[in-house]
Design a protein around this ligand. Structure first.
Ligand code: ATP
Length: 238
């Protein structure tokens, strides 16, 4: 689904990402972890052609993302609340996003209904604009918007941020459900290791722009390899 070849990205002459090679297969649910400044968001921004690499190429389905608009038809992402339109209500925004896929009105309503419980009825009343919602509720709208068109590729940066504990659990269940019911490829970055290690089929550990670990396995293996890395890191800082 995604091929990354010889990517280097620098800011102010400092290299913040250096990935010689990374292949992401269709249907993988990948957790990207790493300390602050590791390069997680930079990687997502490069995949989404929001920024350009200094060198290298990122392809989705074999086509460089900077040479075609095709990937936009099957990719959805939510990196932060700048992806939202604050002057719309959540319903208006979700209708707008769904309309980009030319879905008919009935299908759009059915799709939105599937997320009613997740969003919470309070967020679906007509008088609430997205700009007036709490950060957590904005986050839920953004996450829902990535799923409403049932894309082939979903990219989420820190989806558990701002969410209360119930919403975090619900988000985790939503991701696991989409993964088990479809071939959707999902990339999720998070500092919440427990949530990620619980649901991912593969975990990539980035540090200082470099992939230190790339593990396919189960929760036990992730716990040994990933948790122990961060525990060792924090010990070395004491
Ligand atoms: N627009 C920019 N200008 C200059 N430096 C940048 C810019 N964007 C990112 N960086 C730098 O690139 C590095 C990687 O940042 P990035 O946001 O990708 O990390 P991250 O892993 O997402 O971090 P966090 O967990 O804190 O969100 C950091 O050193 C950051 O300061």
């Amino acid at each position: 689904m995604i091929q990354i070849e010889n990517i280097i990205k620098s800011y102010n002459k400092k290299e913040v990402l250096n990935i010689p090679s990374l292949q992401i297969e269709k249907g993988e649910l990948i957790g990207i972890v790493g300390n602050n400044g590791a390069g997680k968001s930079t990687l997502f921004r490069l995949i989404l052609d929001l920024i350009a690499p200094d060198q290298g190429v990122i392809k989705t389905k074999g086509t460089p993302v900077n040479e075609s608009e095709e990937w936009k038809l099957y990719t959805s992402s939510y990196l932060d609340n700048t992806f939202l339109l604050g002057y719309l209500t959540p319903i208006e925004y979700l209708n707008f996003v769904a309309s980009l896929s030319n879905l008919d009105k009935q299908t759009i309503n059915e799709r939105i209904d599937q997320f009613r419980a997740y969003l919470g009825e309070d967020n679906l009343t007509n008088d609430k604009y997205i700009r007036n919602l709490s950060s957590g509720n904005q986050q839920k709208v953004g996450i829902t918007a990535t799923m409403i068109n049932q894309p082939e590729l979903i990219i989420l940066d820190e989806p558990f941020n701002f969410l209360d504990p119930s919403a975090q659990q619900n988000t985790k269940k939503l991701l696991a459900k989409i993964h088990s019911n479809s071939d959707t490829t999902i990339l999720v970055s998070s500092h919440n290791l427990e949530h990620l290690l619980n649901i991912c089929t593969r975990v990539i550990l980035l540090e200082n722009g470099i992939i230190l670990k790339d593990i396919k396995g189960d929760e036990n293996i992730y716990h040994q390899e990933i948790m122990s890395y961060f525990l060792d890191e924090s010990d070395s800082n004491e």
